[in-house]
Design a protein around this ligand. Structure first.
Ligand code: AMP
Length: 430
């Protein structure tokens, strides 16, 4: 077995695909800025209890999907982050950022790690773009993060997505519902699978999330959380729906939507993409006011956010043919040597062009001029600059536009001046 195999569930992104990532990331940065969100980066690992206490110990993630290890025999266990929200909240609490400004809008594009069985659309290392709005507990805040997410999809041209939304109410609503669910499932105890039996005690809501087809029929007959919501929770939810309708964002109410994590309250939502296979969730989120207290803060901290899976977003875009006009950028100019003795001089010229801010390639492998020209075309360079004996003696160089085949003879300073013209660079590359 060769030693150059990536770990199962992890993948490489080569330059051609990287161009797509950069493009999508660029759109994310601009949309986030439109809504006043600033970027945050947190460590790739955290103490394990952050996720155990934050996400809730009955979730699949904490139960069986975390990569945890002990850095030294006496050390505290640490875990590669399986999600970002807990880390962002930890960072906000640790730095006490809400004392300086009551509202914080943060976003990230980060790698996560989950020990799930790898399959199409499900990796063990993957990335999410997410936004977290901290400090305001309102329907307006939830509507704002949903709107941001939907504007991103729209700006990228992604279509046919389905936004499903539900309200999980507040803690009391869920407690009442929890006992109702337990009473409903109790007579069917023997028909429950092992994980549902475990959930029945600790967190019966999660039975509704079960992917086991054998559970579907039982789940279908279960009472609806929505019917246990207080009047104020219903009013709050309706306000979110009002904002979405006002902004022409279509949605479906899905009374069975509970989401995998324990810390959600009130609105929770998920977006699915028909362009994906079995793993069709592209993003989701909701309100999680209780997370801060779970993490040991004296009180709840209002918060709303979402996370979008980057790989699944890119996969949807690819399936919808949205990358056809996007090509990786080539160098602006290739310095081509006509005689091998002039290689060093060509490299010196390439260095001068790069110092002047012009993206430049030159041959490092002593290839023939024909091979260098082939390479320039393969890289989609816009210009070739020829270096031969004559150029060296006169100080005048031939610059060939590879799109039009037009050739001009110029001093190096004039070449630099032309190639530095930003408008020209945009034109030749687009
Ligand atoms: P979650 O944090 O589980 O709500 O996930 C949010 C989004 O991340 C999902 O909608 C997916 O798009 C993406 N995602 C979750 N798990 C994976 C995974 N194992 N591999 C790739 N993408 C994932």
């Amino acid at each position: 077995m060769p030693h150059y195999q990536a770990v199962k569930g992890a993948r490489d992104i080569f330059p051609e695909e990287m161009a797509r990532w950069k493009y999508v990331e660029g759109v994310i940065h601009s949309i986030a800025a439109l809504y006043g969100f600033s970027e945050i980066r947190t460590p790739i690992f955290e103490y394990t209890e952050l996720f155990q206490r934050g996400i809730g110990s009955t979730t699949d993630i904490v139960g069986k999907e975390m990569f945890s290890f002990q850095p030294d025999p006496q050390g505290r266990s640490i875990t590669l982050r399986p999600e970002m929200t807990a880390g962002v909240m930890r960072a906000a609490l640790q730095k006490n950022i809400l004392s300086s400004a009551p509202v914080h809008k943060l976003y990230y594009i980060s790698e996560l790690f989950r020990k799930e069985r790898p399959q199409a659309g499900r990796q063990r290392q993957f990335s999410q773009f997410g936004a977290e709005l901290l400090g305001v507990s309102s329907s307006a805040a939830v509507a704002e993060v949903i709107t941001l997410m939907m504007q991103l999809f729209e700006s990228l041209g992604v279509h046919s997505l389905c936004l499903r939304i539900n309200s999980l109410g507040d803690t009391e609503d869920r407690l009442r519902y929890r006992s109702a669910l337990q009473s409903y499932f109790a007579p069917y105890h023997d028909q429950l699978d092992d994980s549902s039996k475990e959930r029945l005690e600790k967190n019966p809501l999660r039975i509704l999330d079960s992917k086991n087809p054998a559970m579907q029929e039982l789940v279908a007959g279960a009472p609806r959380l929505y019917d246990y919501l207080s009047a104020s929770a219903v009013a709050e939810f309706e306000k979110v729906l009002f904002y979405l309708s006002e902004r022409s964002i279509s949605y479906q109410i899905d009374y069975r939507l509970v989401r995998g994590l324990d810390y959600y309250s009130h609105a929770a939502f998920e977006v699915t993409s028909p362009a994906l296979g079995a793993q069709d969730a592209i993003g989701g989120g909701g309100r999680y006011d209780g997370l801060a207290r779970e993490l040991g803060n004296a009180s709840d901290l209002p918060a709303a956010g979402f996370a979008v899976g980057m790989e699944r977003l890119l996969m949807t875009m690819e399936k919808q043919g949205l990358f056809t006009t996007l090509n990786p950028q080539g160098p602006l100019v290739c310095v081509v040597t006509q005689q091998q003795e002039l290689e060093d001089h060509a490299m010196q010229i390439a260095w001068r062009l790069r110092k002047a801010g012009i993206s430049t390639e030159t041959d490092l492998a002593s290839r023939s001029m024909k091979a260098q020209m082939r390479e320039a075309n393969r890289m989609r360079a816009a210009y070739a600059l020829f270096v031969g004996a004559e150029e060296l003696s006169t100080g005048l160089y031939s610059l060939k536009n590879l799109l039009t085949s037009e050739q001009t003879t110029l001093s190096l300073d004039a070449v630099i001046e032309i190639l530095r013209e930003p408008l020209l660079r945009e034109q030749v590359r687009s």
